[in-house]
Write a protein that binds this ligand. Structure first.
Ligand code: PLP
Length: 444
């Protein structure tokens, strides 16, 4: 429960200071809008004015076990009272990072035998790109530097992650980007206009084959992709897409990174999306749900054949100060224990299905093109014209839903995105669905 009395905070003074002192991601410079979040409990949040909200985004798609969990507070405090931090460089190590690595290897979707810790998703993406290039370099193919990525893929905003990200807004004004990155088309069956009448999977495979031919397989290091596109709006590929991609890559000695920063640790009702893809990647990138966001942590899972090469000779050169952070790893261990103990994989499927079914009714509205749901990842894609699928901006939805109903949702350019904590109740899910329905129905 929340503290009995709202915290004594002068919200207006804080907001003023925020406006002059902080740089926020994705906030227009002239915006005076701020929500000072002070407390979280389960799926509920409270701001400095004492207003309550229902968190239907799980922060940034990560609060799997909900806010305010005592177990995680105690795990952090327990580890901090013993050893808050020490480095993992060189020969130094610590028990929580070793135990967590073991647990991740147990849970891994395919044989992945080694773990490299980072502070978040983009750092882990960067580490995977570095390892992929180093792997080829050490095996005598230093010209294999090209990275294949995909339009509409999101991989974070470090220079490596941003270069791999397939949304132009993350490149414009920030160039030059990391060179030797080529973006391909992912299968998005809801957008047939991308494929000129061809079957989406056939189009994507043909484009991949032609790109490999054009660049030359002997110059390509790795391909990176999200198994299910997240920020692009919860887009599941046709079942044969990833197996066929993997087959083609393997035939040409190209490695595969699956970015599971969103999809891992229960979000889609499985530990990893890759379990259902029928492919064995060389790297799996994770972060977010690994700690439910209580502390920053990312983990890169690496297949043995790659790990053997990147750890030989002088080892893998490069680390992050917080690699293998003992407190972060202790919190992750307890967080994963909660996901297992409370069977949040089943909960994600159950409540996600319930919320998805409620929202799918909105497909009757002329402004709703498609509702896509996988576990607790949902996108409500808006359209100006249900026949042509012409996009309609979804930017106006989150502020209205928050103002009217105290429900927090996000948007990408054309879709309302929901990714609640996996502990959300059916009642709370009903409130979320009703809040979104109210606003969309009125506009339609
Ligand atoms: N990869 C994916 C698929 C993501 O969704 C994100 C963040 O949303 C990232 C990478 C970047 O992670 P971080 O923000 O922790 O660097």
């Amino acid at each position: 429960p929340f503290n009995a009395t709202p915290p004594l905070i002068d919200a207006d003074a804080l907001v003023k200071k925020d406006q002059s002192r902080l740089i926020h991601p994705h906030l227009p410079g002239d915006s005076t809008e701020r929500v000072v979040v002070v407390e979280g409990d389960g799926c509920r949040l409270r701001d400095a004015h004492g207003r309550e909200y229902l968190d239907a985004t799980g922060g940034l798609m990560l609060a799997h076990v909900g806010h305010g969990r005592r177990e995680l507070i105690e795990a952090a405090a327990g580890q901090m009272s013993q050893l808050a931090y020490y480095s993992s460089f060189h020969e130094f190590t610590n028990a929580p990072s070793i135990h967590l690595a073991e647990r991740l290897i147990e849970l891994a979707p395919a044989p992945m035998e080694r773990v490299y810790f980072t502070s978040g998703g983009a750092e882990a993406v960067d580490a995977a790109l570095r390892m992929a290039r180093l792997y080829h370099h050490r095996r005598g193919e230093p010209e294999r530097t090209w990275v294949l990525a995909r339009n509409f893929g999101y991989h974070g905003i470090t220079y490596g992650g941003a270069a791999a990200t397939g949304f132009p807004m993350f490149h414009q004004g920030f160039g030059p980007m990391m060179p030797n990155v080529r973006h391909l088309t992912p299968p998005m069956p809801f957008h047939p206009e991308l494929y000129g009448g061809e079957d989406p999977t056939e189009f994507c495979l043909r484009e991949l084959r032609e790109t490999i031919e054009e660049i030359g397989a002997e110059r390509i290091a790795v391909m990176i992709g999200e198994p299910i596109l997240g920020v692009a709006g919860v887009v599941e590929p046709p079942a044969d897409y990833w197996p066929r991609v993997r087959e083609l890559l393997s035939a040409h000695g190209i490695l595969l990174i699956l970015d599971e920063v969103i999809t891992s640790f229960g979000r889609i009702g499985r530990w990893f999306a890759a379990e259902a893809l029928g492919v064995a990647p060389d790297f799996v990138v994770t972060a977010k749900g690994l700690t439910s966001g209580y502390v920053p942590l990312g983990a890169l899972l690496v297949a043995d054949r790659v790990a053997d090469v990147v750890t030989r000779d002088e080892g893998f050169v490069g680390g992050y100060t917080y690699s293998g952070h003992p407190t972060a790893c202790a919190v992750a261990l307890e967080n994963l224990a909660i996901v297992e103990r409370e069977d949040l994989l089943t909960a994600a499927t159950d409540v996600g299905g319930h919320l998805g079914a409620r929202l799918r009714r909105l497909e009757e509205l002329p402004i709703v093109g498609q509702v896509r749901q996988v576990g607790m990842m949902i996108a409500v894609e808006l359209t100006r014209d249900p026949d042509t699928g012409e996009p309609l901006s979804a930017e106006w939805v989150p502020p209205l839903v928050r103002e009217r109903a105290g429900v927090i949702v996000r948007n990408n350019p054309n879709a309302v995105l929901l990714s609640p904590p996996l502990v959300m109740s059916h009642d709370e899910a009903d409130r979320v669905a009703a809040a979104v329905a109210d606003v969309l129905t009125e506009r339609a």
